[in-house]
Design a protein around this ligand. Structure first.
Ligand SMILES: NC(=O)c1ccc[n+]([C@@H]2O[C@H](COP(=O)([O-])OP(=O)(O)OC[C@H]3O[C@@H](n4cnc5c(N)ncnc54)[C@H](O)[C@@H]3O)[C@@H](O)[C@H]2O)c1
Ligand SMILES: O=c1ccn([C@@H]2O[C@H](COP(=O)(O)OP(=O)(O)O[C@H]3O[C@H](CO)[C@@H](O)[C@H](O)[C@H]3O)[C@@H](O)[C@H]2O)c(=O)[nH]1
Length: 426
């Protein structure tokens, strides 16, 4: 059965969720406050790069998928799904201002209406947010009681760059709910997807998301710690993690050592969990270590380049890869940012290249040079730092002859398998 869904927030998660639910046959209205995104979505042009998204938007925009700044559609829809941002406050805790504001607007839109409606939180929020902020805010502003309103918390696990695939083929779907009727509506919404459904309380669903991201981040920092030890001992950490990861109790995913994790989720969510733990009197030592290791990894790139080149003042250093990972133009918390900052501080002549993320990085570092091609970035470079696991970098070989010889090529990702390339922790 197809439903009418209102998606609040048309960013990465909201747009992918909306586009996929429209593709599955539902009517979807995306409610956004950014007019640029609204216009772009309605024209069928994704405001972000995400593989496969443009095709789905082109097929569904104007027929089953609409974007607007008005909350009016909420009253006519069966479900509203909150996908607004939950950025970090300066102390690491989650800023829930957008969540509160979305809940207020949903409540106002549901006033004077009796149709059953499920309000679902998909944003990553600290346990208790749906129950203590969203639920009372919607009830107060709508003036409606629990009989005609249901509440769910349905965390999202998609990865950027593979978001459509992850959304349509999830490992599991977690549905935290206030009552059975609300849970049934969400189960129905996901009925065409082939994945196990885990039904929980609202708070457990919220906690599952933080736990999953913190565990994955822990695997990466653990691999980096082992990698740093291996580097000193002259052992290849990739052989080590392969050998360890094949034990099914460990698992071979997310054991790639390197410059650490970036992106809009891992750093923010681990910090939010630390802040939450400390607010209830727990000191989460392991989570603190996960962040600390991650902060130090990019600086190891600098230590290594100084060791190989010496004083960096006036040296031409090529930074290959600016996005926080491959297949995205997103630079949020990218590990290339602290590296570029430090290179600039040391007086290096920085030239950067990325297949997709240069426009975004230019806003942050307008004064460094941006190359038009891989050949351009490598030409006459004293050193090259590889910061993103773009598959197109894996074929590089001849291009390194353009650099000053012998070339100093340092990797923060394990993407090029050539003898002249030195890894940060291998
Ligand atoms: N990006 C990811 O890969 C990912 C994956 C899983 C979960 N999450 C979580 O999902 C949430 C959203 O993340 P995102 O990356 O999509 O953020 P985003 O910043 O890309 O998008 C949020 C959107 O919400 C809009 N918005 C803010 N307030 C609004 C309001 N009151 N009404 C309507 N629109 C409003 C903003 O303009 C923005 O376009 C976060 O909690 C994040 O942690 C993100
Ligand atoms: O073995 C690994 C795997 C990843 N990374 C780095 O970790 C970061 C995050 O990568 P990835 O998890 O692929 O990207 P995200 O899009 O940030 O996805 C994560 O964050 C999302 C937002 O919460 C979740 O929904 C996803 O499940 C979770 O994987 C990137 O900088 C990667 O380079 C490593 O260093 N080593």
């Amino acid at each position: 059965m197809s439903l009418h869904i209102s998606i609040i927030g048309g960013g990465y998660v909201g747009l992918v969720t909306g586009a996929c639910f429209a593709q599955l046959g539902n009517k979807v209205t995306i409610i956004e406050i950014d007019q640029r995104k609204i216009d772009s979505i309605n024209k069928g042009i994704p405001p972000i790069y995400e593989e496969g998204l443009e095709e789905i938007l082109k097929k569904n925009s104007g027929t089953r998928l609409f974007a607007t700044n008005s909350y009016a559609s909420v009253a006519e829809s069966d479900v509203s799904i909150i996908c607004v941002g939950t950025p970090p406050n300066p102390d690491g805790s989650s800023n829930l201002e957008y969540i509160r504001s979305a809940a207020t607007s949903i409540g106002e839109a549901l006033k004077d209406n009796t149709r059953y409606h499920v309000i679902t939180v998909k944003s990553t929020v600290p346990p208790g947010t749906t129950e203590k902020i969203v639920l009372p805010e919607v009830r107060r502003n709508s003036g409606r009681d629990s009989d005609t309103l249901g509440f769910c918390m349905n965390p999202e696990f998609l990865r950027e760059g593979r978001a459509i695939e992850d959304f349509l083929h999830p490992d599991r779907i977690v549905i935290g709910s206030s009552d059975e009727q609300a849970e049934e509506v969400l189960k129905n919404l996901y009925s065409t997807l082939n994945a196990p459904i885990i039904s929980t309380s609202l708070t457990a669903a919220e906690m599952i998301k933080y736990t999953a991201n913190s565990f994955l981040a822990t695997k990466i920092s653990f691999s980096n710690e082992i990698g740093n030890i291996c580097k000193k001992l002259g052992i290849d950490v990739y052989d080590v993690m392969k050998g360890a990861g094949l034990d099914h109790r460990i698992g071979s995913h997310f054991l790639n050592a390197g410059a650490g994790f970036g992106g809009s989720c891992f750093p923010k969510d681990v910090s939010a969990l630390i802040s939450l733990a400390e607010s209830v009197g727990e000191r989460p030592q392991l989570l603190h270590a996960v962040i600390e290791i991650n902060e130090k990894q990019p600086h190891k790139m600098l230590e290594l380049v100084r060791k190989r080149i010496g004083d960096l003042k006036g040296k031409r250093i090529a930074v290959l890869g600016l996005a926080f990972k491959d297949n995205t133009d997103d630079i949020r918390d990218s590990r290339s940012i602290p590296v570029i900052e430090e290179l600039i501080k040391e007086g290096a002549d920085v030239i950067a290249y990325d297949p997709m993320a240069m426009i975004n990085m230019k806003r942050l570092f307008p004064s460094i040079t941006y190359a038009k091609s891989i050949k351009d970035v490598l030409k006459d470079a004293d050193g090259c730092l590889i910061m993103t696991e773009w598959p197109e970098f894996s074929h590089l070989s001849e291009e390194f002859s353009l650099m000053k010889q012998p070339p100093v090529i340092l990797e923060g990702r394990r993407i090029i398998k050539r003898p002249e390339v030195e890894g940060i922790c291998w």
